[in-house]
Design a protein around this ligand. Structure first.
Ligand code: ADP
Ligand code: MG
Length: 692
């Protein structure tokens, strides 16, 4: 495989544009993209035609506006390029109009009441900052998806708006420092965790098929306690799968870089090299899609659920986030000169303040039914938001804020005069228990679940930091003595917001107590977290930047809570089905077998204590399971009468989830007692350890 040759070969990227477009069209398009201007129709016609020729040459027959509805997945509706001619044949056509804008009858996408079904149309518009690409013989045009009133129906539109917000706010600050940059870009590198299980075994598990996770399952004799999987040798079959995925990603111009085994058995990670946040979001969506599709070919099922198995780690998607200028400066990198350092400290303190002020929506941005099983489960960050800065950086900020000496590296530091010591990455990245860690020149947000689009959390992060930087810019802009005001601001804001900084063990129970004392939020579940989007301060902030209007926020809360309820309802129904149709019958069959054996054995006076004992225990557990099943069904039934999505979500959380847990406990105990050949499903042991 010649990687440089295949890399980006399925993408209408800069190289392809230069080759396929007339020179002046190429220049005009580049300018339009760089300045974020709307695309002129004459220009679009030329571009569309060249794009089509390029795609057809590569075997494409269709095109689609590829978009990211609020389901968190991607959507596409394919149109072929064919256009009839007078003589009954066809030619391949693609117009500028079709490139720029698509119509999507989108009444079946969740809109949270934004688009009444009688006004079913939405439209999609090309996001020219993300290249078109070919997937499955289809030219895909990355697009934003809006209602005809201009309300965002997708994850991309708000993300693009937040990129603009962070650009404008950061540029105000940079101008004060005399920077010659003209644009600030938010970057994202998304580390993607996933599980691979054998497809044949998967196909025997209703729970995985319907819900993506196991709803029953006794623990295997072995879990992850030997710590022998993390970075372990990759099994041949898995390695072949990974190679296949890499190749496809490279063809799509995705910088797939790192792959390794993760902590849990059958768990792996793929990390690309970071990119502009909106491109990284698109690329991550494609990565997930390709990971799933490729698994089939290799006899695997790729699980992207946040918690497919109880008792071992779940999967996250660490969002590494930073800000950089179009002149190549990373604004979260401590610089080499006093001025660069002062600027770095200002951006750092802005992030600290933003995260402290908006803990609620940062937490809400990662809230899903699946991720609730992960956050706070002593393997992933807790549901409490805090920032890890590392001892060195914290020491410096503490010393600055309190006018002390910082003994580790230097005596008294003066902002804008002294140079900060450089923080090598190794000393700052030791804490894996922090939800939001500074790792040398970027922040790593570790709460997002493996399935989540990067769009949501990055939109929130961009916007809250933009809002904070704007406040700083207002203050500094009207100050007399810039350097002095800067120093005062950094000290004050660090002091006022330092409660969010925590370098200790985020998994420890003591932290929960301490965090409560510090007044930090602990939003344990999705129904608690999601409504925060509509709190007044958040509505104000989002609408100020045009990222989400109040209507859009309301609709999003509605959609997210509705999704939560539906997810749990499907899980509960699946459990009930499994208990009734498979688990109780399995128990009954085994009980019958044991009873008959005992009866037979007794006819010649043999010992039957084993059969009797097991029959007694199993019968008890089966009765318990049956009773718990009844409770679950009753709770579900009562939920169906509840009005209002918030009340319903709370009921699912407070009543249905505990009933599910009880049902599982009893059934799992049955599994641990029943003979293997009587059990209807592949066990945890088989699924997690038998993959060759
Ligand atoms: P780890 O967190 O496992 O130590 P890496 O250091 O390889 O991993 O980084 C993880 C991710 O962070 C990668 O996707 C990488 O490209 C991304 N990353 C590195 N630098 C930046 C940056 N300045 N901004 C955003 N993401 C970055
Ligand atoms: Mg990392």
């Amino acid at each position: 495989m010649n990687v440089p040759e295949i890399f980006g070969s399925d993408v209408f990227n800069d190289k392809a544009m230069r080759e396929k477009l007339p020179k002046d069209t190429y220049k005009a398009l580049k300018k339009t993209i760089a300045e974020g201007l709307p695309l002129d129709i004459h220009l679009a016609n030329v571009v569309a035609n060249a794009m089509k020729d390029w795609a057809v040459e590569k075997g494409a027959t269709h095109y689609t506006h590829w978009f990211q509805p609020m389901t968190g997945l991607t959507a596409e509706k394919l149109d072929s390029f064919i256009s009839p001619t007078d003589d009954g044949s066809v030619i391949m056509e693609f117009s500028g109009k079709e490139l720029i804008k698509g119509e999507a009858d989108a009444s079946s996408f969740p809109s949270g009441g934004l688009r009444a079904t009688f006004e079913a149309r939405g439209y999609t518009a090309w996001d020219a900052t993300s290249y078109a690409f070919i997937k499955e013989k289809t030219l895909c045009i990355p697009t934003a998806f809006c209602s005809y009133n201009g309300e965002a129906l997708d994850k991309k539109t708000p993300l693009l708006k937040s990129m603009e917000a962070i650009n404008r706010a950061s540029m105000r600050i940079l101008k004060m420092f005399g920077s010659n940059a003209t644009r600030v870009i938010a970057n994202c590198g998304a580390e993607q965790e996933y599980f691979l299980v054998d497809r044949e075994m998967y196909s025997h598990r209703k729970d995985m098929i319907f819900t993506g996770r196991t709803l029953f399952g006794a623990t295997a004799p072995k879990g992850q306690e030997l710590e022998d999987h993390y970075f372990g040798t990759i099994k041949t079959r898995v390695a072949a799968y990974m190679r296949d995925v890499d190749e496809q990603l490279w063809r799509l111009g995705i910088y797939a870089k790192t792959k390794h085994n993760e902590v849990a058995p059958c768990q792996h990670e793929l990390a690309p090299i970071f990119d502009t946040a909106n491109v990284a979001t698109d690329h991550n969506q494609l990565t997930m899609e390709i990971m799933k599709r490729t698994a089939r070919k290799h006899g695997f099922k790729c699980l992207l659920h946040e918690k497919p198995f109880a008792g071992i780690n779940g999967s996250g998607k660490h969002n590494n986030w930073s800000l950089s200028t179009n002149t190549g400066v990373n604004l979260l990198d401590p610089g080499k000169t006093p001025a660069e350092n002062a600027q770095f400290l200002l951006f750092l303190v802005a992030v600290i303040k933003a995260v402290n002020d908006y803990q609620d929506i940062l937490r809400a941005s990662v809230a899903t039914a699946g991720n609730d099983h992960r956050l706070g489960a002593n393997e992933a960050p807790p549901a409490i938001i805090s920032i890890f800065l590392g001892d060195e950086l914290t020491g410096i900020l503490e010393a600055l804020a309190h006018g002390d000496r910082y003994e580790g590296k230097r005596m008294e530091m003066e902002i804008g005069v002294d140079v900060l010591p450089h923080f090598p990455k190794d000393t700052t990245d030791r804490n894996r228990t922090s939800p939001f860690a500074f790792t040398g020149n970027k922040f790593e947000f570790r709460m997002p679940g493996s399935r989540l689009s990067c769009g949501g959390p990055i939109t929130v992060l961009n916007t809250i930091v933009a809002a904070t930087l704007d406040k700083f810019a207002d203050e500094l802009g009207s100050a007399g003595n810039f350097r002095q005001s800067l120093e005062e601001l950094i000290k004050r804001e660090y002091k006022n917001n330092s409660r969010i900084v925590f370098n200790g063990n985020g998994y420890s129970p003591e932290w929960e107590t301490e965090a409560a004392e510090r007044g930090l939020l602990n939003l344990r579940s999705t129904p608690e977290a999601i409504p925060c989007f509509c709190h007044e301060k958040n509505v104000k902030m989002f609408s100020l930047y045009g990222v989400y209007s109040e209507t859009e926020l309301k609709s999003r809360v509605e959609i997210l809570l509705d999704e939560y309820c539906k997810t749990i309802k499907i899980e509960a129904l699946t459990m009930a089905d499994m208990a009734k149709k498979d688990i109780l019958p399995a128990a009954a069959t085994y009980i019958k077998e044991l009873s008959q054996t005992a009866q037979l054995a007794e006819t010649f006076g043999a010992e039957t204590s084993f059969e009797r004992d097991l029959v007694t225990r199993l019968s008890k557990l089966a009765a318990q399971t049956y009773e718990n099943l009844g409770v679950l069904e009753r709770e579900l039934g009562e939920c169906s009468g509840i009005q209002g999505v918030e009340a319903l979500a709370n009921a699912f959380h407070d009543r249905v989830l505990p009933a599910m847990a009880d049902l599982r406990t009893a059934a799992d105990e049955i599994e641990s007692l029943v003979g293997e050949k009587y059990w209807p499903y592949p066990t945890y042991g088989k699924m997690l350890f038998y993959v060759m």
